[in-house]
Design a protein around this ligand. Structure first.
Ligand code: NIG
Ligand code: ZN
Length: 428
């Protein structure tokens, strides 16, 4: 395990360097660096400039002692729906009394969201983003999908683009009441897509029972791809179906939920993005997105994360924060659940919630190198690891080791958060 690198650069470049010391255990999620005991990190100009053992750290202008705590990359939450108003706790309570989840609940949120002023919606989203950051999330995707008119989808995208890192157009979330499904799909593919695309990087479709059919899903994906958006899907949440196979066929960056998978679905995900010899082309695969909090909140069978990993799929863990199926942005909870309930090791769960999420957004170093990121600017530092040249996104725990995430579930373990080199959340 090689631990130090480019230490000399830390004092000589433009911005002031900050040295973080007192890291009892540093989980880098970098294959070469691994887990570093008694570690230090140098941050400069928003990126990691040095990482290694504290005894070998370079001198820096500013030093901050983390007091023997564990640190890891900030969470990369690649699936959320934060642009909404309204409450669906009664629906949740009915579900806990035995009702099953159905896509139709989305329309309750759509009504409340349309009725909210821009200012109110912006304030609601800002508060939700602040909650996520306070829980260790440093990179966040969110979707439209509770507007479902051209005007309300566009304003959802504009508000999201002001407040989160990645915006996904989800006009194809539910066919609104009173509309013909084919006519609505046409609207999503034409006027609505044109209005939203300037504010979004991705398009998504809820391909499942009660939402969009495989044929409608393909139409939306074709139109979104032609508009230059990257593709992602909701699939196999409510029943077995074509979501996964369509996602792989379209080389979507991810397909999320995955509660009802066939062996062929698992093989398709594991085989996605491979060359003719079967070698994985990092950054080209369809990432399998699992949403542990959603599975619990809908009492769905937990997505088979263990089987997906064993088969060779690339895994992401995300919060799916939304008012219907998963009203939490706590990635600490999702990671703890994946360990306690889904058979992942801590290292596997952390990887899925950091670099796995980054891969699902094509924002990790392999995806950037492969050039598979839609609307890439060419100036973005990779995310998801603590390694030289990566964006300085760090999550410091009030614990000496990251296993406390599963060992002490539900405890307030996030101590401090750095996002792009700036300390954005702290309990002290
Ligand atoms: N399944 C589709 N969309 C959301 C839930 C939408 C809702 O019920 O409000 C999800 O990812 O779970
Ligand atoms: Zn979702």
């Amino acid at each position: 395990m090689s631990q130090g690198s480019t230490g000399g650069a830390a004092r000589t470049q433009a911005g002031r360097a900050t040295l973080l010391t007192g890291i009892a255990e540093l989980t880098t999620v970098d294959d070469e660096l691994g887990v570093v005991p008694d570690a230090a990190v140098v941050i400069q100009d928003g990126v990691v400039a040095w990482v290694g053992q504290e005894s070998q750290a370079p001198a820096c202008d500013v030093v901050q002692d983390l007091g023997g705590r564990a640190a890891l990359p900030g969470w990369v939450d690649a699936h959320s729906h934060l642009v909404f108003d309204g409450d669906r706790s009664a629906e949740f309570e009915a579900r806990m009394a035995g009702q099953t989840y159905a896509a139709g609940g989305i329309k309750v949120t759509t009504g409340a969201t349309r009725a909210a002023s821009d200012e109110r919606l912006r304030a609601l989203v800002a508060a939700r983003v602040a909650d996520a950051v306070a829980g260790g999330t440093t990179y966040l995707e969110t979707k439209t999908g509770y507007g479902l008119t051209v005007h309300d989808e566009a304003r959802s995208a504009v508000i999201a683009a002001e407040l989160v890192d990645e915006v996904t157009f989800l006009g194809a979330h539910l066919v609104p009441d009173g509309m013909d499904p084919e006519e609505y799909t046409d609207l999503v593919c034409t006027t609505m897509l044109s209005a939203v695309a300037p504010h979004a990087r991705w398009a998504d479709v809820f391909c499942d029972k009660g939402a969009f059919t495989p044929e409608q899903t393909r139409r939306v994906l074709d139109a979104a791809r032609a508009a230059g958006l990257g593709l992602r899907l909701h699939g196999n949440q409510i029943e077995p179906g074509a979501g996964v196979s369509i996602a792989v066929e379209y080389q979507a960056a991810s397909v999320d939920h995955l509660n009802f998978l066939s062996e062929q679905d698992i093989e398709a995900l594991a085989g996605s993005g491979r060359d003719a010899q079967g070698a994985k082309r990092e950054g080209y695969e369809t990432v399998a997105g699992v949403l542990p909090a959603c599975d619990l909140s809908t009492r769905a069978p937990l997505a088979p994360a263990r089987r997906l990993l064993d088969a060779g799929a690339t895994l992401a863990i995300a919060s799916n924060c939304n008012p219907g199926t998963s009203y939490t942005s706590s990635m600490n909870f999702c990671v703890g659940t994946a360990v306690l309930q889904q058979g992942l090791s801590l290292a596997e769960a952390i990887r899925a919630a950091t670099v796995g999420g980054a891969r699902a957004l094509r924002a990790d170093r392999e995806s950037l190198a492969a050039g598979t990121r839609p609307k890439a600017t060419g100036h973005e530092a990779p995310i998801g690891r603590i390694a030289v040249g990566h964006r300085a996104d760090l999550h410091v725990l009030d614990a000496p080791a990251a296993i406390h995430l599963a060992y002490r579930p539900g405890m307030p373990l996030t101590h401090a958060v750095w996002r792009a080199g700036v300390r954005v959340a702290s309990t002290h």
